[in-house]
Design a protein around this ligand. Structure first.
Ligand SMILES: NC(=O)c1ccc[n+]([C@@H]2O[C@H](COP(=O)([O-])OP(=O)(O)OC[C@H]3O[C@@H](n4cnc5c(N)ncnc54)[C@H](O)[C@@H]3O)[C@@H](O)[C@H]2O)c1
Length: 327
């Protein structure tokens, strides 16, 4: 299978590394409008084919799939063109910047019987898969609430805010773990650096789900410290996933509190357990999953619909942010 990778920026380099390993350098052609980026790719992968012209990839019938790692605002146009030229598409998050656009991509992929996958990378993270198993088996009990912190100093984006840049990760995890969509969405944000463009540097997103679960995400690229943390509080156990930990990323606390028959509150301080999890690079898992879906005609875990349901939430939260900014 021959692949075209479009966008050789910071993240694109990770995709190039993975697909060159999985497929071999000879099967990959890289496109970027910036010649300097292509020189960097060539210096790291001697012999790799590159082009500044997207049509070189789109018009090549031997290229069966494209991987899109360009800025979010360009995803829709490039993905639509690629699907219309009969190519399977792996697109970075967010799938598009509008619900309507995501719907169009799904429609074309279904009509053409092509694989459309969005890189909701955390759905391929071994710790998230472990958490999903624990929740589905009822080990954590009834889930009360979830919150996550995705903060760091940078990467500051010029054309999308912290909600669109960072939010897809946490939202896709909430939807994957809970298997439901929120019925209440609220958001507040702060614009500090790019005032002229009203781009939020920090966003507090709050989702309420029909099952009663509340989920809250703190998203920011203006923070002193890099934190990638997800906490789940259930009636039986509590879990903390800290992705900055090199090895022991998941901790399960046998802790809780409940009313006792005597009418008082019983607080349980039980054991703390660190499950053994075989850590694999989530991006590698996602890339291999894409290939497998194409070969076996399977629906990706993070297919176009998964991308769409994330965009639905982002679009609603964005409207709320804009209304608040008008006040
Ligand atoms: N899944 C993840 O964990 C993750 C992490 C970081 C970024 N991303 C996503 O990856 C995408 C790229 O992010 P980045 O940080 O690499 O950005 P970047 O700005 O570093 O790279 C984007 C590259 O795309 C190129 N480009 C722009 N328009 C193009 C076009 N029309 N045709 C060809 N090339 C074009 C630019 O020249 C640049 O080299 C974004 O959608 C971002 O949301 C995902």
């Amino acid at each position: 299978m021959n692949f075209g990778i479009i966008g050789a920026g910071n993240w694109g380099l990770n995709l190039i590394r993975n697909f060159c390993k999985i497929l071999s350098v000879e099967k990959v052609i890289v496109c970027d409008i910036d010649r300097k980026r292509l020189s960097k790719v060539k210096s790291e992968y001697p012999g790799i084919k590159t082009t500044e012209n997207l049509d070189t990839i789109l018009n090549d019938n031997k290229i069966e799939a494209v991987v899109i790692a360009t800025p979010a605002g360009t995803h829709y146009d490039i993905a639509k063109k690629a699907l219309s030229r009969d190519k399977h598409v792996f697109v970075e998050k967010p799938i598009t910047m509008k619900v309507k656009e995501a719907e169009t991509l799904i429609e074309i992929s279904e009509e053409q019987n092509l694989t459309l996958m969005v890189d909701h990378i955390l759905e391929y993270h071994p710790v998230v898969l472990k958490l999903k198993g624990l929740i589905d088996k009822g080990v954590l009990g009834k889930i009360y609430y979830i919150y996550s912190q995705r903060v760091n100093l940078g990467v500051i984006r010029p054309n999308e805010n912290a909600l669109w840049s960072l939010g897809p990760h946490d939202i896709s995890v909430y939807l994957y773990l809970l298997n439901e969509e929120p019925d209440v969405i609220t958001a507040t944000g702060g614009v500090y650096i790019q005032n002229k463009k009203d781009i939020e540097d920090t966003v507090f997103l709050h989702l309420h789900f029909p099952s009663g679960v509340d989920a809250h995400a703190h998203l920011s690229w203006l923070d002193p410290d890099k934190i990638r943390k997800l906490t789940i509080v259930g009636s039986k156990k509590m879990a903390v996933f800290d992705d900055m930990e090199p090895r022991n990323k998941l901790t399960i606390f046998d802790r809780g509190a409940e009313w006792t028959e005597e009418g008082g509150v019983g607080v349980r301080y039980g054991d703390i357990h660190i499950p053994s999890i075989l850590l694999k690079e989530p991006l590698r898992e996602a890339c291999e999953h894409f290939l497998e879906c194409i070969e076996e005609g399977k629906k990706p875990r993070s297919d176009g619909f998964d991308g769409l349901r994330v965009i639905r939430i982002l679009e609603k939260a964005q409207k709320i942010l804009e209304r608040r900014n008008e006040r």
